[in-house]
Design a protein around this ligand. Structure first.
Ligand code: URA
Length: 230
């Protein structure tokens, strides 16, 4: 990555605006030395702010999405971005969710500032596994399970039949489903299409990412090794 002026680099990372850097320059070091001027050039991994390495570029986050936050930049109520420090919302390019989970859905959610990777991961051609734990209103019947496993069902307002879906029954009213598609409200609409209803929805895995020890609302940054194949 090319070196950039500190004022541009730090404003793109959301630490301050370009004009604010002048009065904050004493908070910045480059390769361990105090920053000299706002147009000094550096790469993000050479820079510290208040003695802490600055956030990586691009930024990749694994969030255990809690209930009650919306995957959107603009909506009524709490937004998923409010979970993070304010500077994440000032990033250029902007931080976005990799696909969406409904407001009441919990579980694994990736976010990134890497627009190209986001496009690849959310493309209909992407074959990424998405594993959901689904609590149902009624016990699933053999017929319902067979229909969804086989694929071919048409969801309301869609003209393309569903792909087959691997599914395991994990409780009297609970299943685990593996999806490769990413349609709007897909899991809820699948169960409605066969005469059942989703009570509670949790994404256990996205690609190889799981929430692990993260409690709802907690997050961690992905490591460079983890983002290498995204
Ligand atoms: N399918 C749904 O219906 N909702 C989600 O949040 C994710 C998948």
């Amino acid at each position: 990555m090319p070196k950039e002026r500190l004022d541009k680099l730090l404003s793109n990372l959301g630490y301050c605006t370009r004009s604010e850097l002048r009065k904050n320059l004493d908070r910045v070091t480059v390769l361990g030395e105090p920053a000299r001027k706002v147009d000094q050039k550096a790469e993000w991994f050479e820079v510290c702010w208040d003695d802490e390495p600055v956030d990586p570029d691009p930024l990749w986050i694994l969030l255990h999405k809690p209930e009650g936050v919306t995957c959107s930049h603009k909506d009524v109520g709490r937004l998923v971005f409010e979970v993070f420090p304010d500077r994440y919302q000032m990033r250029k390019p902007a931080l976005n969710t990799v696909g969406r989970l409904d407001r009441d859905t919990t579980g694994v959610l990736l976010l990134t500032t890497d627009g190209g990777a986001l496009h690849r991961l959310t493309s209909p051609r992407s074959q990424i596994d998405k594993v959901y734990r689904v609590d149902l209103v009624d016990p699933p019947s053999a017929q319902q399970l067979e229909k969804l496993r086989a694929g071919g069902t048409l969801l309301e307002d869609d003209d393309k039949p569903l792909l087959p879906c691997a599914m395991e029954v994990t409780g009297p009213q609970q299943v685990e489903m593996v999806l490769h598609e990413g349609r709007y409200h897909q899991v809820k609409r699948m169960w409605l299409a066969v005469g059942n209803e989703v009570e509670k929805l949790h994404r256990q895995r996205f690609h190889r990412f799981e929430t692990g020890d993260l409690a709802p609302g907690e997050y961690r940054l992905l490591t460079p090794e983890e983002t290498a194949d995204l």
